[in-house]
Design a binder for this molecule. Structure first.
Ligand SMILES: [Zn+2]
Length: 306
């Protein structure tokens, strides 16, 4: 550790079939070249994220839809949600890729059973449905990797207190469900939970790009300027973004980061460096460049708002 100036957690979120199939192998390759390990959070159930939007772009499908008057029959929102045609099961189709990530020594965590459903419905979901989703996802991921899944990351940073309570009995070592500034023990109804939160501290590619005058050429230098040795640094990248259309930018980012003695580790490794986490509740907020609400680390001792 002596030549490391700045330690940072690297988290890779995988939301879709395309991201798993194309983005993950590319990122595994880049990380291997640099000798780095990360935490990879997989979605393993049906991919309902972009499937129907993609179908709509196909002329044959569109004309069939219009011929059958399906939008009027069912409503666009139902068609777009994937209710009529459940999306392909990512875990089943990409088991070999997920296994390869585990065999490369990366920490493997649960992102979602159904990313789209969680992101849009988590506030309304009943406790039993939340538990079922978490259990299904964890079981599927464990069957694929042959290892216990010890961490999870709520899709879209959308987490509420009932999720934290359900996760307590699923044996996770930690969770990373929100944005914030320090590792903390979550407080729910005045009770301090056992599984610490490792919040994401840095902005994502889609939150930064084309904002504040940041372009693809200035992106890496700007992002690197946000890392500080004396603070918790946790970066999320997406298999769909950094693993596919900005893979070269990300490969360059890692090179530059290492040259500046910024060293990336799986999120679980950060726990050893912060043995006495603060206590805080979850709260809700928004981030410029991101639609809707996300969960935040609340002020220490503050009452929960979720
Ligand atoms: Zn996600």
């Amino acid at each position: 550790m002596s030549d490391v100036d700045c330690l940072a957690g690297l988290r890779i979120d995988v939301d879709t079939l395309r991201g798993t199939r194309l983005g993950v192998p590319a990122l595994l390759n880049v990380l291997k070249k640099q000798g780095l390990k990360a935490t990879i959070f997989f979605s393993v159930g049906p991919d309902n994220m972009g499937r129907h939007l993609w179908r709509l772009l196909r002329p044959a499908f569109l004309s069939k839809m219009l011929r059958s008057n399906a939008p009027n029959l069912y409503g666009w929102n139902i068609l777009l949600r994937g209710t009529l045609w459940p999306g392909p099961r990512i875990g089943r189709r990409c088991a070999a890729i997920i296994r390869a990530a585990a065999e490369d020594g990366h920490e493997i965590g649960l992102h979602a059973w159904d990313h789209h459903h969680w992101q849009t419905c988590i506030q309304k979901m009943q406790t039993e449905a939340i538990r079922r989703d978490l259990e299904k996802g964890k079981k599927e991921l464990e069957a694929i990797t042959g290892q216990a899944v010890k961490c999870s990351a709520a899709p879209g940073w959308r987490c509420v207190d009932k999720v934290l309570t359900e996760k307590e009995s699923l044996g996770f070592r930690y969770n990373t469900d929100c944005r914030g500034t320090s590792i903390f023990a979550p407080l729910v109804n005045g009770v301090q939970l056992r599984q610490p939160q490792i919040p994401v501290t840095l902005p994502t590619y889609d939150e930064l790009i084309s904002r504040k005058g940041i372009s693809a050429t200035s992106y890496n230098d700007y992002l690197l300027s946000l890392f500080h040795p004396e603070q918790l640094n946790v970066l999320t990248i997406h298999a769909e973004a950094e693993g596919i259309y900005c893979l070269d930018v990300f490969a360059e980012f890692l090179k530059k980061a290492l040259a500046q003695n910024i060293f990336f580790v799986p999120l679980g490794d950060l726990l050893d460096f912060y043995p006495n986490p603060a206590v805080a509740s979850l709260t809700k907020g928004s981030i410029s460049g991101r639609e809707g609400w996300v969960s935040f680390q609340g002020m220490q001792g503050e009452e929960s708002h979720v």
